[in-house]
Design a protein around this ligand. Structure first.
Ligand SMILES: [Fe+2]
Ligand SMILES: [Fe+2]
Length: 298
């Protein structure tokens, strides 16, 4: 078989989801509680239209995620990407770039990445939260450009969780961790693994994906509460399931109030009336200029 065909097969096997959004649709199946921010033109029922035809692809996605996200893998990816030496773009080019991740298969909407970000940020703004939180909404998924750099889906999206210690059975499809090499490694498979009780999340390595990446990108520019949102917005095993209290310190607990406040805007702000970007742009240009440099490093 030719090299090209082999690569194509590898690619397809590594990327079982039709689009990155299938993961988020599945989150809506798991956490269907949209009442807090249902928007006009959209009923609660409509949010529940996520039946389960995609379940097998989602399952395969989690299988790959859970067997491949090892402690060593995370260290490798941090080394590879957190130098931020891949690309430098203006903030607006960066949003444009992210938008190349067009999603054809979403049953609910044909909106693109930028629309998801804008709907999140606009919902936050409508509720009068601080402006840095609006900006966080606009940038929270910027790390998904990992996929455009050729990273597999299972190393870009998906729920995140600590590596280097026992995987919680509260993590979705946790049965797949049995095939993760760290599962049988005594260094990593005890409750605390390489960590100390309540050592604080800043000392804990999370499974690799778009959260950690965007956190590094924005680290020098946004307030700490915003950075917690960016870094832990996919950490469902904690912000929804409280499975990792034993690694968190008091400060994490305090900061997770913001992560929890943010989550419904991420999950439930989708609606069929796309915000008018041209109209909104002046507001966002000012907001971006207030906090971010002219260019962003990837
Ligand atoms: Fe995200
Ligand atoms: Fe998101």
């Amino acid at each position: 078989m030719s090299q090209t065909i082999n690569n194509a097969i590898d690619q397809a096997q590594n990327n079982p989801l039709h689009s990155l959004e299938e993961w988020e649709e599945d989150l809506l199946n798991r956490y269907p509680d949209p009442d807090s921010i249902v928007k006009e033109g959209k009923t609660t029922e409509e949010y529940r239209n996520y039946e389960t035809p995609t379940r097998d692809t989602v399952k395969e996605f989690y299988r790959l995620n859970h067997i491949n996200q090892t402690y060593d893998f995370v260290l490798e990816k941090k080394e590879e990407f957190l130098k931020l030496d891949k690309k430098e773009m203006s903030v607006w080019d960066a949003l444009e770039f992210l938008n190349q991740l067009v999603d054809d298969s979403d049953p609910d909407t044909d909106l693109d990445q930028l629309q998801h970000l804008l709907q999140t940020s606009e919902a936050i703004r409508a509720d009068d939260h601080p402006d840095w939180m609006v900006l966080t909404g606009l940038f929270h998924d910027m790390g998904k450009v990992l996929c455009l750099f050729g990273e597999p889906q299972w190393a870009t999206v998906g729920d995140t969780y600590p590596v280097g210690c026992a995987f919680s059975d509260k993590i979705v499809f946790s049965e797949f961790f049995k095939e993760n090499p760290d599962y049988n490694n005594p260094i990593y498979n005890s409750l605390y693994g390489v960590y100390e009780p309540n050592c604080g999340l800043s000392n804990v390595y999370m499974s690799w994906g778009h959260d950690e990446y965007v956190y590094y990108m924005m680290k020098n520019y946004l307030p700490e509460s915003a950075l917690y949102i960016l870094r832990y917005h996919s950490f469902y095993p904690q912000h929804r399931e409280n499975a990792y209290e034993h690694l968190m310190d008091k400060h994490d607990q305090e900061m997770f109030k913001w992560v929890k406040l943010f989550n419904p805007y991420d999950l439930y702000s989708k609606n069929p009336n796309p915000p008018d970007w041209q109209k909104l742009k002046p507001y966002y240009e000012d907001l971006v200029a207030k906090y971010l440099p002219r260019t962003l490093k990837f």
